[in-house]
Structures are given as structure tokens and as C-alpha cells.
Write a protein that binds this ligand. Structure first.
Ligand code: BG6
Length: 473
């Protein structure tokens, strides 16, 4: 496993802890070597000390043992590479002939082309090699195509693993089982039985130390184009013929291609951009986005997006998909809410809350599936009340739940592509997102302010209220 960007934030916080966990549970093949690369001058001891300081804190106490950590450290090496200057000679020198290689590109995407060219020149890419590409994969369709072309010159599509870590989350994978491992939902899973779908990925954290990257991306490129669209695909896709990577990805691609395109008029009507201002989060006063370190003065980057999207297919005809994501929201909460049509004839007095049946799939931090039904309130009369059938996945299963990165890295090692994005999927997602992003710049409107620690700007509530819906908190 060769990690480019081996001293970076992602390697320290996610990749090495995930590889440690995979090692602890015996999921790395015997003889695995983990070679981190970077431009820094480290000898092995200095690199190990760096990892000790910056990566070990991300391994939780209950998973940490001195013995496992020591044996994990033995897998680690560091190779200094200045790609522009030395090419891959330093790597070729330590690489064993015939080794099965995974190249993990955790660098800025601007380096992907050079890295792949140089790997190829150094004859390190053979039929067994795999390459893992971290997001952001481009900032629009044109740059995504460019990256895909460059990587595709040296790797076959079946050797390319484009990571969207949401596809590695236990609850997201469970969504496939919920839909396709049960038969009771399928007959209902369509218009007009379903009247709306809500997908929320709310974060409590702010932009933190990542403004350098984030300000040029915004919530649309950082979250909607990838994570939210992938969730939407799993909710909306037709049953695949098998779990083979292309069977699943073909179905997701059809959803992406059926997403209704936005026009300037629908952008103005059906999308909401927001940016957080000073507020209270977790009982503490926190700065607004414009006050965060490294955010350019007067930036109009959005930290919140809400929108009404449509999947124009027979199954989903006229069903609105409301998407919402933001930083510094009231709390961390990712959930999918499916609202079902009310009974056609109102036999009982008014439905409290207006909606009789909802399926709520909580992805994080809680992992639960709740089916809201109507029940009779005890007592005289026929008053209804909402009750929930509640499946708490954390207590239903006692097994350890692996982090998304651990699961996906094991998939890469075992050559399983199902939970990674194919080139055409990625490009279809950009094809849909580009006109929205360009439309926002053409309209030149400032994002709507919302106080940190809230559920976003009021315009986002109005977006649903207009159709007679409301966000389920
Ligand atoms: C990343 C985004 O892809 O996902 C971050 O770049 C975001 O901005 C993160 O915070 C959220 O991931 P999770 O797993 O914490 O929901």
C-alpha cells in the first residue's frame, strides 16, 4: 500500500487508523507493507514518531493495544519523493518485483496526472496494481474528465477505486439491504405511494482549519455532488440484477442521468444557499464563516445548501427529493425520510402532524430505522397519535462496526469495486451539478445568512412549506 500524501491530514486521521484496525483484525494479507511517501525529510524513526503523535490519537482506547501498535509500526516505511524532481526512482528502489501494489492518492488532485505518469514510467503499474482516488475529483465536469483521462492512460477502469466514504458507512450499505433484502417495501417504493423524500446531512462542526480548500469548493462541491447524490441514488435506484460492481453502478448511473436539469429559473426557485454567521454551538459562542481563519474577506462560498430535485422516471414521477446539508448546524444528524401518502379517505379525525406514515432512516450519529404509524390514543373517542416502530441497529447487532475507511480499504485490498464510483457515474454527477454552480454565479446572489447552531436559513423551511411539507428534525 503506497500512500501519496503520507504525512497529510487524511493519512493521519483516517487512513493509518483504518489500516491499523484492519491489521488488528487480521484483514491485511500476510507480507503487507505500508509505504508512505511525501516531500518531507524523514528517516523511518522520525516518521514513526510523527505517526505516533498525529495518527495514534485517532485510534480509540478500546481498540488500542501496545502489542498490535508495535506490530503495525513494523509494516510502516517512509520514502521521500519529490515527484517533479526524482520521478518514482526512490519508490522503485524499495519496491519488490511482483508485489501487488495499491497506490492511494491522498494528495491534491492537481498531482494525480504527474503521479500516474511517473509511476508508469518507473514500470510500477502492472495488471495487479490498483489506484485509489480521493475526492474532490475535480471541481467541474471538465476537470473531472481531465483527471479520469490522465489516470485512465495507465490504469484500466477495473483498477481504479474512486472513494466516496459515505458508501463505506455501515448504515448506507444497510440501506441496500433494507430496500432489496425485504419485499414488503418494494410495492410501496414509488409514486404515488411516496409523496416526498428528504435527505439531510447536517454537521455540527464548522470549516475548521480547512478553509484553504473549502472556500474554493463550498457545500455543493464538497457534499452534494458526491455524498448526497450517492444517498439519493441508493434510495431511487431500480433493483440491480446482482451485487456485481457494474450491475449496481449501472443502476445508480441511470438515476444520475434521470435527475432533472436545473434552469436559471428553477435554480432561483428551488435552491437555497446559506452561510453561517456567529452563533452558539454546543453551548459555546462560535465565529461566523467569514471570521474563520483563511477565509477571504467577503467570501460568498456557501456552507449550506437545500434544494428540491426530481428524478424523472416512471417510478419517481413528480416526487420531490429535498436535499439539505450544512456546516455548523444545530447538531450532527444524517437521515433519510420517506413520506407516504395519507389514507385516501379521512375516516378518523385529523391526522396529527399531517403525515400518517414516514420511514425514517437515521444514518448517523444514531443508527436506526423508524417506521411512523398512527395508533389510537387510549381513552374514549377515536383520536389518533403517532407512534414509531423503532429498530435500533446499534443494539440489534453486538458486532463491532468498522469505520467507513477501514471497510473500503479492505474492499480495495480484496479487489471489490461495488462501493466505489465508476467514471461515468462521477461525470454524470458533475453534469448535473455544473449548471447549478454556474447558475449561482450568474445570479450573483449572496448566500443567505444563518446563525451557527441552527438548522439553516429560513428560506430552506420556506422551500418545503410551499409544497406543504416540513423538514423532519
Ligand atoms: C467530507 C467533506 O467528504 O465529508 C467534509 O469533505 C465533511 O467537509 C465530511 O466534514 C463529513 O463526513 P462524515 O463521515 O463526518 O459525515
Amino acid at each position: 500500500m503506497i500512500i501519496f500524501g503520507g504525512v497529510g491530514d487524511l493519512a493521519m486521521r483516517k487512513l493509518l487508523p483504518a489500516l491499523y484496525m484492519a491489521h488488528l483484525h487480521g484483514n491485511l494479507p500476510p507480507g503487507t507493507r505500508i509505504i508512505s511517501t511525501g516531500r518531507q525529510e524523514y528517516d523511518r524513526a522520525a516518521y514513526l514518531a510523527f505517526v505516533e503523535e498525529h495518527s495514534r490519537p485517532f485510534i480509540s482506547g478500546e481498540n488500542f493495544t501496545d502489542e498490535a501498535w508495535r506490530s503495525f509500526q513494523q509494516l510502516l516505511e517512509f520514502v521521500r519523493i519529490d515527484v517533479e524532481k526524482d520521478g518514482m526512482a526512490p519508490l522503485a528502489k524499495v519496491s519488490r518485483p511482483g508485489a501487488e501494489r495499491v497506490f492511494y492518492l491522498a494528495t491534491a488532485p492537481s498531482l494525480f496526472t504527474t503521479i500516474c505518469d511517473k509511476l508508469s514510467e518507473a514500470k510500477l503499474v502492472d495488471r495487479n496494481a490498483r489506484v485509489v482516488l480521493e475526492k474532490p475529483l475535480g471541481r467541474d465536469l471538465a476537470s473531472a474528465v481531465e483527471i479520469n483521462e490522465a489516470v485512465g492512460r495507465h490504469f484500466e477502469e477495473s483498477q481504479i477505486y474512486r472513494i466516496d466514504h459515505y458508501l463505506g458507512k455501515e448504515t448506507v450499505q444497510n440501506l441496500m439491504v433494507l430496500r432489496f433484502g425485504n419485499s414488503i417495501l418494494e410495492p410501496l417504493w414509488r409514486a404515488p405511494n411516496i409523496t416526498s423524500v428528504q435527505i439531510t446531512v447536517a454537521e455540527e462542526v464548522g470549516v475548521g482549519s480547512r478553509a484553504g480548500f473549502y472556500d474554493s469548493a463550498g457545500a455543493m462541491r464538497d457534499m452534494v455532488q458526491n455524498h448526497l447524490l450517492q444517498l439519493l441514488c441508493i434510495v431511487a435506484m431500480e433493483p440491480p440484477a446482482s451485487l456485481a460492481p457494474d450491475a449496481v453502478r449501472d443502476e445508480k448511473l441511470k438515476v444520475l442521468r434521470s435527475l432533472r436539469r436545473f434552469s436559471l429559473a428553477s435554480i432561483a426557485r428551488d435552491t437555497v444557499r446559506g452561510q453561517y454567521v456567529r452563533g452558539v454551538s454546543g453551548n459555546q459562542e462560535v465565529p461566523g464563516y467569514l471570521e474563520e481563519r483563511n477565509v477571504p474577506e467577503g467570501s460568498s462560498t456557501e456552507t449550506f445548501v437545500a434544494m428540491r430535485a426530481y428524478v424523472d422516471t416512471w417510478r419517481w414521477s413528480k416526487v420531490p427529493f429535498y436535499l439539505r446539508t450544512g456546516k455548523r448546524m444545530a447538531r450532527r444528524s444524517s437521515k433519510i425520510v420517506i413520506e407516504f401518502a395519507n389514507p385516501p379517505f379521512p375516516l378518523f379525525p385529523e391526522t396529527p402532524g399531517g403525515v400518517a406514515n414516514r420511514l425514517v432512516i437515521e444514518l448517523q450519529p444514531e443508527e436506526a430505522i423508524k417506521l411512523q404509524l398512527m395508533a389510537k390514543q387510549p381513552g374514549s373517542g377515536m383520536q389518533m397519535q403517532q407512534v414509531a416502530l423503532n429498530l435500533d441497529l446499534q443494539s440489534a447487532f453486538s458486532q463491532r462496526r468498522a469505520e467507513a475507511y477501514e471497510r473500503l480499504l479492505i474492499d480495495v485490498v480484496r479487489g471489490r469495486l461495488t462501493h466505489f464510483m465508476r467514471r461515468d457515474e462521477l461525470e454524470a454527477a458533475w453534469e448535473w451539478a455544473d449548471p447549478i454552480i454556474n447558475g449561482w454565479s450568474a445570479l450573483a446572489e449572496k448566500p443567505n445568512p444563518y446563525a451557527a447552531g441552527t438548522w439553516g436559513p429560513s428560506e430552506s423551511f420556506a422551500l418545503l412549506a410551499r409544497d406543504g411539507f416540513s423538514w423532519v428534525e
